[in-house]
Ligand binder design. Sequence first.
Ligand code: UDX
Length: 397
Amino acid sequence: MHRIGVVGAGYVGLTTAACLAHLGHDVVCADVDEAKVERLRRNEVDLVEPGLAELLEQHEIEFTTVFPHEVDFLFVCVPTPAGEHGEADLTAVHDVVAQVREDTVLVLKSTVPVGTAQGIAHRPTVSNPEFLREGHAVEDFLRPQRVVVGSADREAARRVAALYGDVPVVLTDNTTAELIKYACNSFLAVKLSFVNTLAELCEQVGADIDGVTEGMRLDERIGAAFLRPGPGWGGSCLPKDTRALLTTARDQDVEFATLRAAVDTNDHQVRRIAQMIEGDRIGLLGLTFKAGTNDLRDSPALAIARLLVGEVSAYDPAISHDIDGITVVGTPEELADGRDVLVVLTEWPEFAELDWPALADRMTTPVLVDTRGVVPAAKVREAGFRLVSVGHPDGRH
Ligand code: UDX
């Protein structure tokens, strides 16, 4: 058992603290936000993350606002927000580096620009990027597809990997580890933009995106995941990390054309979806960037809403407050009242099972735009809707 410090009690820090405690380590978790630390001491968690509250309840974790000096390993899980020009603000990381004790292994989990660890004087520093998906963070931490540990001190990197138990490990140097994180999220973004353009092409040539991606996903070289078209990709990582990698490439005079195109395609997708939405009174089904989270950061739904002229309301099972001038209502039926068009923007499973005839009755003109391919097309049409479905010619489905 090791004494481990975690700095930052956000989504990554809390998951890290809870899971390391679950793996049998003695964990102290520090955050500068006193009110948050007080709540955590009372076992109150603000995050919607399956399994997290249970782990925090099961294990004794010390929550504190005091910097944890007496630790063998110190995990840095502080935010590195993008500044005005897309560059990461590393103030919080440098604050930690300035305080860490000499014989502590510093573990950088925060996503930092390629080359950051190399510029940190503290030894050993191990780069250990996180690959946690919101809504699956605990599962991703405890059963990772791989743990990446990079350091000039390979022994320190091995010791960090061992904290996770018996897991697949990629052992490398700091800079390679930092780049792996950006490479993964950027590759996913490229894959999604590719599929979103294919969906647009399907609508034009009369092909069906579900059939096309089924034919693609059975090819193991392509892989089955991240082939669902949507309103564009968003969230706290993909937009930020793609921009950061483009900045790194530009600084090195490397022309990363595929990635630039993926980002441009995503902007195009948002505009294209907004143009599909006709009507003065618009109802949005879903606001979060994906299902299973209450996170609205860089949500394509909000980007699309900003482009709409007309009166915009929304229903989202995870959101109860008005946002960005959008009135948020409590039920899909309320949303349908007097609307010209409904638009599915998040793939919440409950949207597949709405009472379509009841919704159609409440609308002025029953039109449904489905950007996620989640509604049962035949039932929706039977209920009297005109269905416009991304990737399906004339809404055929
Ligand atoms: C992502 C990475 O998956 C994770 O490894 C990293 O650590 C953080 O960023 P997350 O932001 O939680 O995780 O979302 P993810 O599930 O990857 O989805 C990203 C975006 O792509 C969402 O907007 C989602 O709706 C969209 N998406 C995903 C699609 O449109 N189609 C798909 O098939 C998959």
